[in-house]
Structures are given as structure tokens and as C-alpha cells.
Design a binder for this molecule. Structure first.
Ligand code: DP6
Length: 387
């Protein structure tokens, strides 16, 4: 019997992946670039067990048994088994597998849960089957954006050009500690499940959007180089502008899809408005927003502006939740909010609890194994401990 438990991070793209050139191999139309978020505040956790005594393959996600016939899951498993170490491959590859996975953040609410989930699964399985070398192309088979969660820091997913997709891999461009002043605030607007999955949304976009063709051919290639240069130089002004423009273009492409897919809602638009009014008032870019396929915002700021930005958000989006429910993630200094905040004139204040809560986090490391047996989500019979 072998059992392994791993945790893997969420990543947030600042240059978005949207559109595949091959749906089965999950090959993207353009390169993308992302920041990996700290495992301490948001992560997926997965235990995998193989044993000659297990009778069938089984999979539990967030406490619920799921179907193992999912083609993406089978493709990841097959790709890993194909790379099994020759010595014990025959025996081990015939053993049945139990998988138990959970997220400590809202699933499928546009918070990259599938990316963290598949990265975690592939990382844990690679360790279980002792597979060496690149595993980002295998994680890509689970969910495109998952390949970027295999590394910490700042990551690029290269679209590649080979037909079999073997060069469509992710690489780390800058390590976790490259730009330690960067902080991320995830503003959770709504954590119910989203209407259209990214997979379906992007398929519809590829079939119908003219704007997507312009984006992938003329916009993204240049933007990728520019954002890498901005992160390299720790140039927050350029980084923030490119990040916001790319988020806006991604949602414009979603609007150009027929029928259109709307992922942002009125609260998302209120956040965008707040950021622009505030940046204008400060005479420079202090906050950058980015939105994935959901209404929640991810804000990039610099640590020195944390107190002021949090006070701004609390003013614009008042809440009657107690502090530990409203502010999650990196612990806050109590005095952080006592500061007098000078506000832009005419800034809109929204109703109580328009925003649900905030997760305060930073750039973090890639997946890791948890060695302590207490961390396993499966018991010695291969059954979930928390069901
Ligand atoms: C908006 O990786 O979830 O988050 O490859 O079909 O599983 P599939 O899609 P997925 O798409 C993520 C899209 C995005 C942008 C991004 O993360 O780059």
C-alpha cells in the first residue's frame, strides 16, 4: 500500500488563458502569465492511496463521492502511469486507487479551484508513482490553468506549437521571493457556483468571437513580454495597467461571445469603479484588479498601501460581520484600520454586506507533500476520515 498527501496553491492569471486550439489535449491559443498565491491562505489538499486490496477506483471531492469516469481525470492518471518507473510498474499500475480532495476556499466560484485541485492531484500522484521530470503538461490535462499551479512565484504557460502538445508546458519565470512587497486581496462577492464553466464558455468564445482572434494574434504576445519585464523590474505602474487591461479584454471577449457569457456582476463593476476612482485620486496606480470567470475580484497592491486600501474597501463596502469573518488570510495588525483615510470626493458607498469577505494573501510557493500521517484525508482502509 502507498499513500501520499499534498497541498497545492491557487494561481491567478494576470494575462489570461481563454480559448483552446485543441479541446482534447487542452492546448491554449495564447501564452498566459500568473502569480501563485500562498498555500497558507488558500489551497487544495489531496490524499491518494493505491493498494492491491482496494476493489475499485474511488474519488471524493469536498466530502462527496464523485464519478471516476471523468475523461480529464482518466487522462491525468493514464499520462502518469505511462511514465511509471519501469522496475515496479506492472504491479503498481494495476492497483486500484482512492482519491480524496478538498479545497479551503469556494469551489467553482471563479477562484481557480480546478487549477489548485488538479495541480494537487497530479503532484501527489507523481510522488506516489515516483514520476520524475515535467508534470505541468500532465496537470494541463486536468484543467489548463492547473499547469501554472505546479510552480510558486510568477509562472508562464507556453502555448507551444507541437501537435501532440508536449511543448505546452508551464515554467517558473520568477521565484516566490522575487517581489515580496506584493500583496493580494481576494474580494469574495459571491461564492455560489458559477453559471457557465470556463470550459464551455471558452469553447463558445472560440466558435463565435472575432475579438478573440485579434486578442490572441495581436495583443497577448506583446503583453506577455511587457508584463514579464514589469515584474522583472518590479514596476508596479506597468504591471498594474497591463493586468487591468488584460482582465478587461478577457471580459470584453466574453461579451463578444455569442450568446455572451457574463461572469462579472454589479458588485464586480462597483469594485472596478472604486479602483479607478482611487487610483485617479492618488495620481498613480495603487491597486490593480483582475477577474477570472466569476464575479470575485483579485486585487494586487503593494504592502506599504495595505492599511489605506483595506480602509478604503471597508468604507466603500461596509460589513456587519465580525472581523475574523470579514478579513481572512494573513493576520492583520489591529491598528491597520484606525488611520484617517482621505477619500476621493464623490466616492460611492454601497449597502451593508454588498461584499461578503476578503482574503488577504501574498505570492507563495508551489505544491508540497505533507509528511505527517495525521494529515491524510483517507484512513488505513482508504475511506475518507471526514465523511
Ligand atoms: C479565466 O483552466 O478553468 O481562469 O482548461 O477548460 O479547464 P479548462 O479551463 P480553466 O480556465 C481558466 C480560465 C481563466 C483564466 C486563466 O486562469 O488564465
Amino acid at each position: 500500500m502507498r499513500i501520499v498527501t499534498a497541498v497545492a496553491p491557487v494561481n491567478i492569471a494576470t494575462i489570461k488563458y481563454w480559448g483552446k486550439r485543441d479541446d482534447d489535449l487542452i492546448l491554449p491559443l495564447n501564452d498566459s502569465f500568473s502569480a501563485t498565491l500562498s498555500l497558507e491562505d488558500m489551497c487544495a489538499k489531496t490524499t491518494v492511496m493505491i493498494s492491491p486490496y482496494l476493489l475499485e477506483n474511488k474519488f471524493w471531492l469536498n466530502g462527496k463521492e464523485e464519478n471516476m469516469d471523468n475523461p480529464r481525470l482518466s487522462n491525468c492518471l493514464k499520462a502518469l502511469k505511462d511514465r511509471l518507473n519501469k522496475e515496479n510498474s506492472e504491479e503498481v499500475s494495476s492497483w486500484k486507487i482512492h482519491i480524496c480532495s478538498e479545497n479551503n476556499f469556494p469551489t467553482a466560484a471563479g477562484l481557480a479551484s480546478s487549477a489548485a485541485g488538479y495541480a494537487c492531484l497530479v503532484y501527489a500522484l507523481a510522488s506516489l508513482y515516483q514520476v520524475d521530470g515535467d508534470i505541468t503538461a500532465i496537470a494541463r490535462n486536468g484543467s489548463g490553468s492547473a499547469c501554472r499551479s505546479i510552480f510558486g512565484g510568477w509562472v508562464r504557460w507556453h502555448k507551444g506549437s507541437l501537435e501532440d502538445g508536449t511543448d505546452s508546458i508551464a515554467t517558473q519565470i520568477f521565484p516566490t521571493d522575487h517581489w515580496p512587497e506584493i500583496r493580494v486581496l481576494v474580494l469574495v462577492v459571491n461564492d455560489s457556483r458559477k453559471k457557465y464553466s470556463s470550459t464551455l464558455g471558452m469553447k463558445q468564445t472560440v466558435m463565435t468571437s472575432e475579438l478573440l482572434k485579434h486578442r490572441t494574434k495581436f495583443v497577448v504576445p506583446d503583453r506577455i513580454e511587457k508584463i514579464i519585464d514589469a515584474v522583472h523590474k518590479k514596476d508596479f505602474q506597468s504591471f498594474a495597467k497591463l493586468t487591468m487591461k488584460d482582465s478587461n479584454q478577457f471580459h470584453a471577449v466574453c461579451c463578444d461571445t455569442y450568446p455572451p457569457c457574463f461572469y462579472m456582476n454589479d458588485v464586480s463593476h462597483a469594485i472596478i469603479d472604486m479602483v479607478h476612482v482611487y487610483n485617479e485620486f492618488k495620481g498613480q496606480l495603487k491597486i490593480a484588479y483582475t477577474f477570472d470567470a466569476g464575479p470575485n475580484a483579485c486585487l494586487f497592491i503593494q504592502e506599504s498601501d495595505l492599511s489605506e486600501v483595506l480602509s478604503l474597501i471597508r468604507y466603500v463596502f461596509p460589513s456587519n460581520l465580525n472581523a475574523n469573518e470579514y478579513y481572512r488570510g494573513i493576520a492583520l495588525d489591529k491598528d491597520l484600520f484606525s488611520k484617517d483615510l482621505s477619500l476621493p470626493t464623490g466616492i460611492t458607498q454601497y449597502g451593508l454586506n454588498t461584499l461578503r469577505y476578503i482574503i488577504h494573501t501574498k505570492i507563495g510557493d508551489g505544491p508540497r507533500l505533507l509528511q505527517d500521517a495525521k494529515e491524510h484525508l483517507l484512513d488505513s482502509n482508504g475511506l475518507p476520515k471526514n465523511c
